[in-house]
Design a binder for this molecule. Structure first.
Ligand code: C2E
Ligand code: CA
Ligand code: CA
Ligand code: CA
Length: 279
C-alpha cells in the first residue's frame, strides 16, 4: 500500500542518515585517534617453510577506539585514504614498526625482517621516498631488514610512477613484496620489469588447495614462475596442516597464517617468538 511505501522510504532515509552521521563520527574519531595515540601495530609471524624458523613479521594496524572496540584496518584505512590522513598514519606505521624491530634486533640478535604495508596513495605521493628513508634511518634499523608490501592495485594509478618509486626504494636496499598477487590487476607482463624480491600469493589461492583443482594449478604455476624469476614466494592465509604440507611440497618459501598465529600485540609476539625461541 501507499502508506507502507512511505514507511519504507522513511526507514530508508533514516538508514542513510545514520550511515552518514556515523561516517562523520568515524572521521572525526579517526582524526583524534592519530593525535591521541589510539593506533596499534600487531605482528604476525612469517615462517620459512623449509625449516620452520621465523623469517620475520608483518605489521598490521589496529585502532583501539575509546569505546573499547578494536577497529580493523579494512574499515578505517580506506577512510584514511579518502580523508588524506593516510600519509600521517602510514608514516607512523613505518616509524613504529621499524623502531620496534630495531629494539628486538638489539635485544635478541635474530635477523628478523619487518614487513610493512604501504598504501598506493602513500607510495605515489610526492615526498614519500625521502620521508620513508628518513623514518627508517631515525629508527636505526638496518635497512636490509625492512620490507615494503605493495598491493597490485597500485598499478591502476600509474604504472610508470610505480616502477620508478619501486626502483628508488630497491636501489637503497629495501626489500619489496608484491601483496595480494593474483587478485586484482594481475599482469604477468610487469613481473619481469619490477624491482621486487618477494611475491605474496593471496589467501584466496591458499584456501583453494584441496577445494578447487583449477585454482590450485594456478597457484602451482605462480610458485614456479616466481622461482624462475628469482622471487621468493610467501603464501598468506595458511590455516591448516594440509595447506601447509601442500605448500611445502611445492617449495613455497615462506608461510603466514592462523595455522601459526594471528597477528599479535608486540608483547605477545616477543614472548612467543623471541624470548622463548627454542633454538
Ligand atoms: P593484507 O596486507 O593482505 O593482510 C593480510 C590480512 O589477512 C590481515 O588482515 C591478517 O590479519 C589476515 N590473515 C592473516 N592470516 C590469516 C589466515 O590464516 N586466515 C585469514 N582468513 N586471514 C588471515 P587485517 O590485519 O585485518 O588487515 C587487512 C588489510 O588491511 C591488510 O591486508 C592490508 O591491506 C590493510 N592493512 C593492515 N595494516 C595496514 C597498514 O599498516 N597500512 C596499510 N596501508 N594497510 C594496512
Ligand atoms: Ca600485506
Ligand atoms: Ca595480502
Ligand atoms: Ca588484502
Amino acid at each position: 500500500s501507499k502508506s507502507h511505501g512511505k514507511n519504507q522510504l522513511t526507514l530508508f532515509s533514516f538508514k542513510i542518515l545514520d550511515e552518514f552521521t556515523s561516517r562523520i563520527n568515524l572521521e572525526n574519531d579517526l582524526k583524534k585517534a592519530v593525535l591521541n595515540d589510539e593506533l596499534r601495530l600487531y605482528y604476525q609471524p612469517q615462517v620459512f617453510s623449509a625449516d620452520g624458523t621465523v623469517r620475520g613479521a608483518e605489521a598490521l594496524i589496529r585502532w583501539q577506539h575509546p569505546n573499547g572496540k578494536l577497529i580493523p584496518p579494512n574499515v578505517f584505512i580506506p577512510l584514511a585514504e579518502d580523508m588524506g590522513i593516510i600519509h600521517e598514519i602510514g608514516n607512523w606505521v613505518i616509524s613504529e614498526a621499524c623502531s620496534q624491530m630495531h629494539y628486538w634486533h638489539t635485544q635478541y640478535h635474530f635477523p628478523l625482517t619487518i614487513s610493512i604495508n604501504i598504501s598506493p596513495i602513500q607510495l605515489l605521493s610526492e615526498n614519500f621516498i625521502d620521508i620513508a628513508f628518513n623514518l627508517i634511518s631515525e629508527s636505526q634499523i638496518d635497512i636490509r631488514s625492512v620490507e615494503f608490501e605493495i598491493t597490485e592495485n597500485v598499478f591502476i594509478y600509474s604504472l610508470e610512477r610505480t616502477i620508478n618509486s619501486l626502483k628508488k626504494l630497491s636501489d637503497r636496499g629495501i626489500k619489496l613484496s608484491l601483496d595480494d598477487f593474483g587478485m586484482e590487476y594481475s599482469s604477468l607482463n610487469y613481473l619481469g620489469t619490477l624491482d621486487i624480491n618477494v611475491l605474496k600469493i593471496d589467501k584466496a589461492f591458499v584456501s583453494s588447495i584441496m577445494v578447487d583443482p583449477r585454482r590450485t594449478k594456478i597457484l602451482d604455476a605462480i610458485i614456479k614462475l616466481s622461482h624462475q624469476l628469482n622471487l621468493e614466494v610467501v603464501a598468506e592465509g595458511v590455516e591448516t596442516q594440509r595447506q601447509l604440507d601442500y605448500l611445502r611440497s611445492k617449495k613455497c618459501d615462506i608461510l603466514q597464517g592462523y595455522y601459526y598465529d594471528k597477528p599479535l600485540p608486540s608483547s605477545e609476539f616477543e614472548t612467543l617468538y623471541l624470548k622463548n625461541k627454542d633454538t
